[in-house]
Design a protein around this ligand. Sequence first.
Ligand SMILES: [Mn+2]
Length: 357
Amino acid sequence: MGAKKIKFIEVKSELGAGTRGASLGPDALKIVSLEYPGYFFGKFKRKEIRDSSRLLYKNPIRSYAKRIRGIVEIFRKLTRTMAEELLDDKFPVVLSGDHSSAGGTIAGIRVAYPEKRLGVIWIDAHADLHSPFTTPSGNVHGMPVAVSLGIDNLPDAQNRLENDHTVEYWETLKNMGGICPKIQPSDLVFIGLRDMEKPEENYIRDNKIKVVTVADIRKGKIKEICNQVRRYLSHCDALYISFDVDVLDSSIVKGTGTPVPNGLSLSEVKKILENLCKDKRLVCFEITEINPLLDQNNQTARLVFPVFKSTVMAIKKRLENEEKKRRKQERKALKAARELIQAGMHPTPDPAETART
Ligand SMILES: [Mn+2]
């Protein structure tokens, strides 16, 4: 067995977004990488999840979960791919167009590790806790956290759903991979959250979900805050970090679907990610919601790429160190066994040996 290897999973879908262009986000990042020496993207294997973008050219008939039928397809492909890659000892780094697909990513992790409790660190200006019953926009990229929690938030329902199969597709998303709910409210931490609607606010308050605000980050030391987040999730055996670039201040990220002022700086996000990525329980990292069509001269990808690269390199280094440690332990055990044999003592009976006699 070799070291666990990073593999890029590109999800070029924007079916869940309200503005067009986010499916070009992964490529925007890849093109920027060429401005640096070293051919960063050439170092890693990749796999692409094909978009159901033909649906973009049709009228989104379901107004409270637009293009949800196509999103079901993406969830299915992503759930399967994520589970296969994780079980093949890969570390998936997901580059996605819009954030809705994160629900499929989480489904895949849970399918790969059904016995594990998954902690989710959602680094985003938004809570993405809407359901078709509460959404003001009908865009599914505001729903992946609710999907993973398996909730409808019916006490705060505002929309009267028509008899158009929205509920059936929504239930399919929630039950993707045959596990629902996939996470508990106590397994979730929001970082940089600052723009939400009443139903989301109420849910966070009533379920005591942990929120680390921009002000919290500025009050203390980032290292301590990250350690606190990790401790808060100490009951989880696996972690997933999803980084929506709109957590950054709107003056930095013009090329994203829903920019929000008073956000984090690039160096703050870089420190947070590098710190959290040291956690051995981390099994997957995602970057999402870069939209070069809303941008000038690919500026957002250009600013975010160094942060993305340093995070991936931090993960790579951690995986390599773990492998070194494992090999060292293996060598040590082998040496000890040899010494015992030389001393005429068999450490453990060899089953093949026993079978022969
Ligand atoms: Mn988001």
